[in-house]
Design a protein around this ligand. Structure first.
Ligand code: EPU
Length: 429
C-alpha cells in the first residue's frame, strides 16, 4: 500500500494544470450505455475511479479504446481520451466488488434500464462519510414505470419501456439527478425532475446528452424537463475541469504560502469557494476565464462556513477548508449539511496539533495552531486531501497512510505539488 511522506513548511510557487472532473467523467461514461453508437470522451482524468468505471463497462460488454495524450514536460498521462462503444450490452449485472469499490457504479442503473429494460446492481452499503442511500434513484425509476426489487443485496430493476413522469426529489441528489436524467432521455413522453441538482457536473452530462440527441430544458435550474426520444446517437465531448481539484490547489497556496497559478480550470464553478477563501484572507484573482492566481501574503483570519448544494460551498471542499482554518486566527464554525459523518479528517488533524471540536454536524476550529508532522491515516478521498494540505504546513515529516483514497480522485497530486516546490513523495511498500 502506498503512503505519502511530506516535509512541510515550503511555500509553493508556479503553475498547476487542472485535470478533467472525476464527478463529470463518471456519469458521462455511463451515458455510453444509452446508444449503440460510439461515444468519444476527452479530458478524462487519470484517476482510479475512472479505471474502475472502465472495468465496470467492460464487464457489461462495452468496448473501450483508450489513448493517453502526454501533458507537457511532466510526462503525466492526462487529457485521456476514450472511445466507448456499447454496440451490444451482453450483461446487465454489476457485482458487489465493483459497487463496494465505487458507489458511483449505481449511475449505470438508469441508463441500463432505459436501454435494456433491466439492470441488476448491488445495493451500496454505508460509507466513510455517511449512510448515502440510493432510495431517491429507486423511487424515481419506479415513477418512470420500472419495477424495483431488492433481493440478496441486489437491486433488480425491470421495465418494458420507461414512461415520462413528474419526479420530485425529497433531497437534492447529484448522482440521483444524473441517473434519472439519463433514464428519462429514452423514456416515452415528458419527464420533469423537480428539486434537481444544479451542479456543473449535471450540466456537463446534460450537454453531452444533448449532443447525443436528447431533448433537455432547464438544466442549471432546479426543474429539468426532458422529452424522451426513441434513440440517441454517438457524440464527442470533453469533460469540464475538476472544480474540487482546483479548489484544493487554492487551499494549498493558502496553507503553504507562496503563489500559485491554476490553469485549465473554470473559475465560474468556484465562486462560493473563491469568496470564502478571500474572506479567510487569501488573495484570489481570475486573470482569464480559465485560470486563477492565488497568493497568501497576510496571516489568515477565521471565517465560518456552511456546506450547501451548488452554487453553495461544496461539501467536497469542507475537509480542505478545515485544514486551512487551523492556520487562521480565531474560531471558525464549520457546518456540514450534506453528509452526516464527514469529519474523520478532523481527528487526524488534531493528532497534528489542530484545535478542533466536533459537535454533531459542526466543527469548531480554533487557530492558528502550529501543526507538527505525524503519521496519519486517510479515511476517504477529500479527507486525504485535507491531510496532504496539513502536511504542507506542518513542521517535520508527515506520513499519510492509505493514499489509495486520494488516487481515486486526484490525478498524480504528489507530482503536481512537487512541480510547484512541495517536498512530497510516494513510497510503495
Ligand atoms: N441521499 C439520499 N438518498 C438518495 C441519494 C442521496 O438520502 O437516494 C442523500 C445522501 O445521503 C446525502 C445527500 O442526499 O446526504 C446528497 O447526496 P448526493 O446523492 O448528492 O451525493 P452523491 O450523488 O452520492 C455526489 C458526488 C460526491 C459529492 C456529493 C455531494 C459523484 C460521483 N459523487 O455524490 O463526491 O460529495 O455528490 O455534492 O458525483 C467526492 O468526489 O469525494 C464525492 C464524495
Amino acid at each position: 500500500m502506498d503512503r505519502f511522506i511530506i516535509y512541510g513548511g515550503v511555500p509553493l510557487h508556479g503553475t498547476v494544470h487542472i485535470s478533467g472532473a472525476k464527478n463529470s467523467a463518471l456519469p458521462c461514461l455511463a451515458a455510453c450505455l444509452l446508444t449503440e453508437q460510439p461515444l468519444i470522451l476527452e479530458n478524462l482524468p487519470a484517476v482510479r475511479d475512472i479505471t474502475t468505471t472502465f472495468h465496470l463497462l467492460r464487464t457489461l460488454g462495452i468496448t473501450l479504446e483508450e489513448n493517453d495524450v502526454q501533458a507537457g514536460a511532466s510526462g503525466i498521462p492526462a487529457r485521456r481520451r476514450i472511445v466507448a462503444h456499447a454496440r451490444q450490452i451482453t450483461n446487465v449485472e454489476v457485482p458487489w466488488e465493483l459497487v463496494r469499490t465505487m458507489r458511483a457504479s449505481t449511475l449505470i442503473l438508469g441508463p441500463l434500464v432505459a436501454r435494456c429494460g433491466q439492470a441488476q446492481v448491488s445495493l451500496p452499503g454505508g460509507c466513510a462519510i455517511g449512510a448515502r442511500p440510493i432510495d431517491l434513484h429507486l423511487k424515481g425509476l419506479e415513477k418512470l414505470g420500472a419495477q424495483i426489487a431488492v433481493e440478496h443485496g441486489m437491486v433488480i430493476a425491470r421495465a418494458d419501456r420507461l414512461r415520462g413522469a413528474r419526479i420530485y426529489f425529497d433531497r437534492i441528489t447529484v448522482t440521483g439527478t444524473e441517473d434519472l436524467l439519463m433514464a428519462a432521455t429514452l423514456a416515452e413522453g415528458e419527464t420533469v425532475l423537480e428539486n434537481a441538482a444544479r451542479e456543473p457536473e449535471v450540466r456537463d452530462l446534460a450537454g453531452l446528452l444533448t449532443k447525443m440527441g436528447a431533448r433537455i430544458d432547464g438544466v442549471g435550474t432546479s426543474t429539468i424537463r426532458v422529452q424522451g426520444v426513441p434513440r440517441l446517437t454517438g457524440a464527442t465531448h470533453g469533460v469540464i475541469p475538476d472544480r474540487i481539484e482546483a479548489g484544493t490547489f487554492l487551499a494549498a497556496a493558502g496553507i503553504a504560502g507562496g503563489d500559485l497559478t491554476i490553469e485549465d480550470c473554470c473559475p465560474d464553478h468556484l465562486l462560493a469557494v473563491i469568496e470564502k477563501f478571500r474572506e479567510l484572507g487569501l488573495s484570489v484573482e481570475s486573470p482569464t476565464p480559465t485560470s486563477l492566481c492565488a497568493q497568501c501574503e497576510n496571516p489568515l483570519r477565521a471565517a465560518d462556513m456552511t456546506t450547501e448544494e451548488y452554487p453553495g460551498f461544496p461539501t467536497d471542499m469542507q475537509a480542505q477548508y478545515i485544514a486551512l482554518a487551523t492556520q487562521a486566527s480565531g474560531p471558525s464554525l464549520i457546518t456540514e449539511t450534506i453528509f452526516e459523518n464527514r469529519f474523520m479528517h478532523a481527528l487526524e488533524l488534531v493528532r497534528m496539533g489542530a484545535n478542533i471540536r466536533i459537535e454533531g454536524n459542526r466543527a469548531i476550529v480554533r487557530g492558528p495552531t502550529p501543526l507538527s508532522g505525524a503519521g496519519v491515516i486517510a479515511s476517504d478521498l477529500r479527507a486525504s486531501a485535507s491531510l496532504v494540505l496539513a502536511g504542507l504546513a506542518a513542521q517535520g515529516e508527515t506520513i499519510i497512510e492509505r493514499v489509495y483514497h486520494i488516487d481515486r480522485g486526484y490525478e498524480h497530486i504528489e507530482e503536481k505539488l512537487r512541480a510547484v516546490g512541495a517536498q512530497i513523495e510516494r513510497v510503495s511498500s
